[in-house]
Design a protein around this ligand. Sequence first.
Ligand SMILES: Cc1cc2nc3c(=O)[nH]c(=O)nc-3n(C[C@H](O)[C@H](O)[C@H](O)COP(=O)(O)OP(=O)(O)OC[C@H]3O[C@@H](n4cnc5c(N)ncnc54)[C@H](O)[C@@H]3O)c2cc1C
Length: 381
Amino acid sequence: MGKNKLQKRVLDSAKEFIAKEIAPVAAMTDEKEKFPLKNFKEMGRLGFLGIPYPEKFGGAELDYLTYATIVREIAKVCASTAMSVVAHTGLAGNPIFSFGSEKQKIKFLKPLALGEKIGAFGLTEPNAGSDIAAMETTAEKKENHYILNGTKIFITNANVADIYVVAAKTSPEKGMMGISMFVLEKGTEGFKASGKKEKKLGMKGADTGELIFDNAIVPEKNLIGRKNWGLKILHQTLVGARIGMAAIALGISEGAQKYCLEYVKQRKQFGEYLYHFQSIKNMLADMEMNTSAADLLLQKAAVMKDEGRNVTKEASEAKLFASEMAMKITKDAIQIFGGYGYSQDLPLERFFRDAKITEIGDGTSEIQRLIIADEIIKRPT
Ligand SMILES: Cc1cc2nc3c(=O)[nH]c(=O)nc-3n(C[C@H](O)[C@H](O)[C@H](O)COP(=O)(O)OP(=O)(O)OC[C@H]3O[C@@H](n4cnc5c(N)ncnc54)[C@H](O)[C@@H]3O)c2cc1C
């Protein structure tokens, strides 16, 4: 089957699954703060969790644009599910695919792509968020294994995952240049998810927890790439993840916009449908312009990534713009709905709460602005 045909078939079947299985449980997933395990496993079975990876590693052998499009479609109805997918496929799968050995890909990437196992990615620590160099988790080499000590916090899928990709300092004296990446399994001696479930503003269905390394014994063969390659691996992983986060933000915006366009044609005040009022029209026009612009930035970043080009700036632009617009659009959507928008009977307040993390995760908006500025300053003038 040709790539375009396969892409269309996968997108059609994803849309069908999202409408039939994800949309109906989205409100409950949020309300009960329940990780959507059944749908997650089913997405793996249907091939949606390994979109950009080769068939031999359980993937669909499609591109990053298709992956981002599926994430965006999921986020239109359930951002929590989309966030769990991005942590699994983008954050955990990508470093294994890009830098892992053939054996690691078979052992870890394949079950992730097939949804047989769930992945998580551990970088953030209590004293190291934006400032990666401040990382305190260490990995000390002993014979044919590493001993890991430290704590990771705010980790998506922490309590539900089976496979973890984590960062630790192998040469602490080298600061940022002394970080390495490891892949390890649930049940590794000295390692556990603490069981603490973060109570959050939004993305309540996405599990967020803590990882504890207490003299965890990780075999040397679980090192991803080479010793002290962490910075390079983290850079590539986070750039890719930002495209996923942009897709989540845009999906949330589009989900909210859809409700607004229906509502303004149903709701009357002062004897007129809402769409007659100029203030409402202004908000609708801005929503359309901003989702279109976010769409273009997202597609540009994803297509350039598929072409193998450096997308550091483009991924940050897409994520920064889409996330700030998701906040504006979901706020305006609630405004258009008035009191009904504030009520939990409709998903608009959920969209609004879910949107906020897109300005924080995978690098805050402030950090994205620094990255974009640094990239253009480097450019010859
Ligand atoms: C729901 C959720 C899920 C997450 N999932 C994961 C995950 O799966 N894996 C993972 O590793 N992490 C995850 N994170 C962590 C997330 O990536 C961090 O929260 C984020 O990178 C910011 O780090 P921080 O919270 O420590 O904030 P800080 O770095 O302490 O930043 C605090 C404030 O200072 C600003 N700031 C910091 N440095 C600068 C600077 N140099 N210039 C200007 N402003 C600056 C920030 O923009 C922010 O406004 C998750 C977080 C949440 C809330």
